[in-house]
Ligand binder design. Structure first.
Ligand code: NAD
Ligand code: GLY
Length: 359
């Protein structure tokens, strides 16, 4: 097992990465202070891993909430099921919430923990690659609104993250690739060497080579932990983690939540951001080709859905947390391994990128 630290003063916490961690009782117990435990999971993950987690926590006789599976259920409505259970079972402030699942469950469980009685401790047990390399780390929690992705939420850090690499045994190829989109992101925004490593090792990652996957998770979490430690609430450098996300969120919202996986939408959005960075004169043609080639190698889509017109993109992109006074602001690339902070972009250039893809 490898342990990394997210360094946030009194809110610092460990990320445990390794195999067979779900069966290690002491990892959970050292982060649980009270006697009440609620496990939040979904109908897909529950039959796979709930019994193992329950087995480790049996001394607490945990209560469970099993939510429907899917991005379309990451909503205020479904979130209420967690509050209903907490209240029906008279959970108090010392209770611990355990979020067992992918990014949807982690974001919702974390947000429920942030809100219930103004904050109860929670533990992240991410079970997708995307959740292990990104969503479980850093304390962004929340739900979607029909008009905008992740628009309702809070910054709220977990007590620990338990990332067991055995969970990939049951994860399908499409979900593994979606996670790789966020892994590639770290190389693009701040880690040129890692980008090169990913070019050389993508086949091993897709073949689920344990050593390669563990390395990619650790390197991603190191990058994320450093960024979060520097800027927990996204007043600066943390925004670079949103490379490609403004385009990507527009795809997710515009096509209907769940149609494109988050990682798939991010892959497409990052290619659009790369195209715009080339139009700005920062990336060369060959840089953009390298980026597109790596996403393709990771078996990710690189072209936006033809159903979304440039006008619809612009409308959807106007609902984004990075925008200021109604101006769309984007993360672009100065080079492979160097991202800009959010910047306003000449509308004609943005239009050219959007039109170059429209059919
Ligand atoms: P997800 O949570 O929907 O999980 C993907 C699918 O895999 C689901 O069907 C899930 O039930 C299933 N699954 C989970 N673990 C499994 C396993 N081990 N074996 C088999 N199936 C399994 O999607 P995701 O890609 O994990 O997360 C995407 C979400 O994360 C989005 O809502 C996105 O907005 C959010 N996100 C948040 C942050 C953040 O910083 N908080 C960062 C990135 C993404
Ligand atoms: N996934 C973006 C962030 O954590 O800031």
């Amino acid at each position: 097992m490898n342990t990394l630290q997210v360094k946030l003063g009194s809110r610092s916490y460990p990320i445990y990465i390794g195999c067979d961690l779900l069966g290690m009782t002491e990892l959970y117990v050292r982060h649980i202070k009270g006697k009440q435990v609620l496990i939040v999971t979904n109908e897909t993950v529950a039959p796979l891993y709930l019994d193992t987690v329950l087995g480790q926590l049996k001394a607490y006789k945990p209560t469970q909430v099993v939510l429907p599976d899917g991005e379309q259920y990451k909503s205020l409505n479904v979130l209420n099921q967690i509050f209903d259970t907490l209240l029906a079972n008279k959970f108090g402030r010392s209770a611990t919430l355990v979020a067992l699942g992918g990014g949807v469950i982690g974001d919702m469980g974390g947000f429920a923990a942030a809100c219930y009685q103004r904050g109860i401790p929670f533990i992240q047990i991410p079970t997708t690659l995307l959740a292990q390399v990104d969503s479980s780390v850093g304390g962004k929690t929340g739900v979607n609104h029909p008009l905008g992705k992740n628009m309702i939420g809070a910054f709220y850090q977990p007590q620990c993250v338990i990332a067991d690499t055995n969970v990939f045994d049951t994860l399908d190829d499409r979900q593994l690739s979606a996670g790789l989109a966020e892994v590639i992101k770290y190389g693009l925004i701040r880690d040129t060497e890692f980008f090169g490593w990913l070019e050389d090792n993508m086949d091993a990652l897709l073949a689920r080579d344990k050593k390669a996957l563990s390395y990619a998770i650790e390197r991603s979490c190191i990058n994320k932990a450093e960024v979060v430690a520097e800027d927990e609430t996204e007043s600066g450098v943390r925004a670079t983690l949103n490379l490609g996300h403004t385009f990507g969120h527009a795809i997710e919202t515009g096509m209907g939540y769940g149609e494109y996986l988050h990682g798939e939408a991010v892959a497409i959005g990052t290619c659009q951001a790369a195209d715009l960075s080339r139009r700005k004169g920062w990336l060369t043609d060959s840089n953009v080709e390298r980026i597109i080639a790596l996403f393709k190698k990771a078996r990710l889509p690189v072209n936006p859905p033809g159903e979304l017109s440039p006008g619809q993109f612009l409308e959807l992109m106007s609902v984004d947390k990075k925008n200021v006074d109604g101006e769309i602001r984007l993360i672009l690339l100065k080079a492979i391994g160097e991202a800009t902070l959010p910047i306003g972009v000449d509308e004609k250039l943005l239009q050219s990128t959007l039109e170059s893809y429209s059919r």
